[in-house]
Design a protein around this ligand. Structure first.
Ligand code: ACO
Length: 331
């Protein structure tokens, strides 16, 4: 079999989110904001937040066990674990290694992938390459974020947006070559890096370096500027993927975009000429969960019966860096 005939596909999925819910009304009590503003400007009604002492590795492991069960494979059969995250439990060890230990995947290599909100799309692209070269491999790809731990609860321009959660998929060779990952785009533009940052904890400054203001230990974003570029780039990626596969948006059964802002999603939907029922949205429940957002949405879209065998699915993401990407899948 040559590599053209080998297609990788999702064999199983799982998710896990903290049980603690923080509503817009809860936020009204701690900062100068309102449910009306958050709902109108972002579409978010509530988000999940880790309890004190609870770590995101717990949810990454729980989501992974569910994905393994659905794929009907054992942890020992996993060859590689990729965890897309910008908020691992620790800098050393990686979150992927904690997952490897937590599920008992003793035959797997493991690494974290840092591509902010596009991390899951980057992870799919990487997994796809491994499967093409090692068709018998099984890969566990996790998107997991503890964004609440990097949230400045005094900065209303960002704290209303973010949430925690984890989604996992098992990637392996498709038994039907027409199904699975058909194509992907990954891209980056580092010239915009200063619009979305988390400087504290990096190696520019030693820990507790007093030259670095305390706010820099949290995610900072120039939302308006990010918004403009996100809308432009997400549309560009979607059109590029459709065009080079000789498809139009009419061929797409479901668009599952990164859930950063309902207005960004609506803009993309309108530009692609898609009806509302062809775009999956769960931002109202989870907010922006960065690398976990697409697996959380894809999982729920599937569980709610939105996907049937043979459907074309388009995943599109955009995040800090900037990074961006898209995946075209046949379900
Ligand atoms: N509650 C009430 N008022 C607020 C809040 C809030 N939470 N936040 C800001 N405001 C105020 C501002 O102070 C401003 O007031 P002013 O006009 O008196 O100065 C007004 O609301 C409008 O603020 P804008 O920033 O212009 O609001 P905008 O409509 O742009 O919405 C938002 C802000 C939601 C952040 C939007 O710009 C956005 O979603 N940006 C993109 C986010 C994104 O896609 N991120 C990508 C990935 S994130 C990642 O990688 C982790």
């Amino acid at each position: 079999m040559n590599s053209i005939e080998i297609r990788s596909t999702i064999l199983g999925m799982g998710i896990s989110v903290p049980s603690r819910i923080l509503t817009n009304f809860d936020l009204e009590k701690i900062i100068d904001t309102s449910d009306e503003w958050i709902t109108e400007r972002t579409g978010i009604k509530e988000r999940r937040i880790l309890e004190d002492g609870e770590n995101i590795s717990k949810h990454a492991i729980k989501a992974s066990f569910e994905a393994l069960k659905e794929a009907n494979i054992t942890p020992e059969e996993i060859n590689l674990i990729i965890c897309a995250t910008l908020t691992p439990d620790y800098l050393i060890p990686s979150l992927s290694v904690l997952i490897q230990d937590g599920i008992g995947a003793r035959n797997a290599g493991a690494f974290d992938l840092s591509a902010t909100c596009s991390g899951f799309i980057y992870g799919l692209a990487v997994a796809d390459q491994f499967i093409k070269n090692n068709p018998d491999w099984k890969i566990l790809l996790v998107g997991a974020e503890a964004l609440s731990r990097k949230t400045n609860w005094k900065d209303r321009s960002i704290c209303v947006l973010l949430g925690d959660g984890a989604g996992a998929v098992i990637i392996g060779k498709s038994s039907e070559p027409q199904r699975g990952i058909l194509d992907f785009v990954i891209g980056a533009d580092g010239s915009y890096w200063e619009l979305l940052t988390l400087k504290g904890g990096g190696s520019c400054f030693a820990p507790f370096d007093e030259r670095l203001p305390k706010e820099e230990y949290y995610i900072k974003m120039q939302g308006k500027e990010v918004f403009k570029i996100a809308t432009r780039m997400m549309e560009k990626i979607a059109l590029e993927l459709l065009k080079r596969n000789n498809l139009t948006s009419k061929d797409i059964k479901l668009l599952v975009p990164h859930q950063a802002n309902l207005r960004i999603i609506e803009y993309l939907r309108e530009r692609l000429g898609l009806p509302k029922e062809k775009v999956y949205i769960n931002i109202q429940k989870y907010g922006n969960t960065s690398a976990a957002s697409i697996p959380l949405a894809l999982y729920e879209a599937n569980k709610e019966g939105n996907l049937e065998k043979g459907d074309l699915v388009l995943l599109i993401a955009f995040g800090g860096g900037f990074t961006f990407g898209g995946t075209l899948l046949r379900w």
